[in-house]
Design a protein around this ligand. Sequence first.
Ligand SMILES: Nc1ncnc2c1ncn2[C@@H]1O[C@H](COP(=O)(O)OP(=O)(O)O)[C@@H](O)[C@H]1O
Ligand SMILES: [Mg+2]
Length: 272
Amino acid sequence: MDKQSPCQVIGIASGKGGVGKTTVSVNLAVALQAMGKKVMLFDADMSLANAQIALGCRSPYNMSHCLSGEKTLAEVVVTTRQGVQLVPGASGLQEMAALSEVQIGRIVQEFSSLDAQFDYLIVDMAAGISPMVMTLLSACSRRFVVVRDDPSSIADAYGTIKVMMQDHHLDEIYLIPNAVASEPEGRGLYERINQVCARFLGHSVKYLGSIENDELILLALKKFQSVSEYAPGSAGSRDFRRLADLTDNLPRLDQASGGVQFFVERLVQAPA
Ligand SMILES: Nc1ncnc2c1ncn2[C@@H]1O[C@H](COP(=O)(O)OP(=O)(O)O)[C@@H](O)[C@H]1O
Ligand SMILES: [Mg+2]
């Protein structure tokens, strides 16, 4: 394992809900883990189809127990069947703004010790572009924007990209067209969105890879499984394997633009 570079922290956003953020977060995490990478998944959304459901696990604790000092980070984290380590996050996140210096020091230290243990930290965002979502996205080293080929998803993806670029000066933004009919159609959707970004925002977004519309992805979720467990031979499983490969082939980002320490420092030091 190449641990020359820090843990790569990837935020999964979309703007709109129901587009496939959790699906991509969970299945990408499982596919990277299956490649032999060490993956941690941070659930920053607690809406219905959340990461715990999708991975078929349940945690009695979440980040708020860790922030309050009742539990250590290690006690809050659950190991899923697939070997992915899951941090149930959301309900504690707002409390980060109220932490004392001592608490901040402890949290930063607990998270930073993860850097050596993990290759990837994947952050599943809530819908929308709330300050919390933008703080999380800014703290990540890379951002993947999930988009479907429908007008409201495209508008919301563009809106999210615009805020990331113009208000937060973020780069390393990649599109993942989801639930598309084919890879060429996904690439076409990327090209349409990128043209608008280049023209009106003056910056390009990058293309990562597409995920086909596959009913087995939906059925897998209903069985609390990743698609690779539920239907290893499916198009969805193939696409997530490819997505994991593409992700792992991206240039490694160094400590200055990433890593777990950078991530958690940005989170706990964000203005309330
Ligand atoms: N590529 C796909 N093909 C078929 N169904 C999908 C696909 N991606 C997501 N879904 C389904 O769409 C629904 C919403 O996905 P989800 O990941 O929960 O969205 P979000 O996290 O953005 O709210 C889920 O029922 C999921 O199974
Ligand atoms: Mg979700």
